[in-house]
Write a protein that binds this ligand. Structure first.
Ligand code: PLP
Length: 351
């Protein structure tokens, strides 16, 4: 077979997303999706938005959505960026700020960063974790290179406080620091408040997890006016219309239904705490988590075996084939009923 890929990308290893089985037989706890549907108000707004105007391109600047998000987060519209999922925003940010230069990120974090680094020829230093898999914060200071940090971290669930993030951001003021807050709504404090103080900070968020809109692909980013303008100029070298019309409407409706949003985030964090205590009773070690997933292991079974046994029993979780975390599985927090099934299954497997 001939290989038409150009030299620059020939050796690239793509990101592997968690499996999306075609049948709905599985209890799906493997891709950190929200177990609850989006707000009915979001679905209604989307349906109402489907009309002949779809013949026109959407607003390339997503002005209404950016205004809504700006009000929601207490920033200016010029501080807000939108993208086709936060993955697209991260890719654009790597392209815009890191291409052919140097960055660092914790060794155990979102597995898309090494892929983007490869794609854009970024020299990426992976900072070793502490023995308990927490981030070695001191090793993230004064790097004199770009820094990417997932907060809460994935797949470990650890959440750094804003003061710690501020130290990392201020000690790397010559370079862009990206804080990827895909899971921030499940109990952490956002760094958005720091964007007025640090013009090198880009905070990236998504509506896929906490707002149950993974199927639409909507991401947001927050930064200084300057940084957002520069990111926008690179976006306009790539795709003028990354966020479609229906998604823009849906995202606004989601910010309008605060009550529903708060109620599902609360349900998930309650369910997380209950799951942690049940699994601990079964002898599992569970890392503290502020996300909608937990990272857990048991001394008598490898992560891979636990993953395979659960799969046989109809439950999908995520296992990472990396030596340093091969004992662990990552389990997304589902509904109360799904968690009861999970705990029952793990109990049987460990017997
Ligand atoms: C899920 C996830 C994303 C991607 O979210 P999308 O908006 O759906 O593209 C980005 N970063 C982290 C850490 C994630 O877990």
């Amino acid at each position: 077979m001939r290989n038409f890929l150009c030299n620059r990308v020939k050796s690239i290893i793509p990101y592997t997303p968690g499996e999306q089985p075609r049948d709905l037989e599985y209890i799906k706890l493997n891709t950190n999706e929200n177990p609850y549907p989006p707000s009915l108000k979001v679905l209604k707004a989307m349906k109402d938005s489907v009309d002949a105007s779809i013949q026109l391109y959407p607003d390339p600047e997503s002005i209404k959505l950016r205004n809504r998000a700006a009000t929601y987060y207490g920033v200016k519209v010029e501080n807000v960026f939108t993208g086709n999922g936060s993955d697209e925003i991260l890719a654009l940010a790597f392209m815009a700020f890191y291409q052919d230069s140097k960055i660092c990120y914790p060794e155990i974090s979102y597995s898309f960063y090494p892929v983007y680094s490869n794609l854009y020829k970024v020299d990426d230093e992976k900072i070793k974790m502490n023995d308990d898999l927490t981030i070695d914060v001191n090793k993230m200071m004064n790097k004199n290179k770009g820094v990417v940090i997932t907060n809460p971290n994935a797949p470990t669930g650890e959440c750094l406080n804003v003061d710690t993030l501020e130290k990392i951001i201020s000690s790397n003021s010559q370079n862009v620091v990206i804080v990827d807050e895909a899971y921030i709504d499940f109990g952490g404090d956002s760094a958005i408040g720091l964007i007025t103080k640090y013009d090198n900070l880009l905070v990236v968020q998504t509506l896929s997890k906490s707002r149950s809109l993974a199927g639409l692909r909507i991401g947001l980013a927050f930064g200084s006016e300057n940084l957002i303008a520069q990111l926008t100029s690179i976006k306009n070298c790539f795709n003028s219309y990354p966020v479609d019309k229906i998604s823009q409407v849906a995202a606004i409706a989601s910010f309008d239904d605060e009550l529903y949003f708060q109620s599902i985030c609360q349900k998930i964090s309650n369910s997380r705490e209950k799951t942690i205590s049940e699994l601990t009773k079964l002898g599992m070690k569970v890392l503290p988590s502020k996300a909608n997933f937990i990272f857990t292991k048991h001394k008598n079974i490898t992560g891979e075996n636990l993953y395979l046994k659960l799969r046989e029993m109809g439950i999908l979780v995520r296992y990472f084939n990396l030596p340093s975390i091969s004992e662990y599985v990552r389990i997304t927090i589902g509904t109360k009923e799904q968690m009861d099934e999970l705990i029952k299954a793990i109990g049987e497997i460990l017997k």
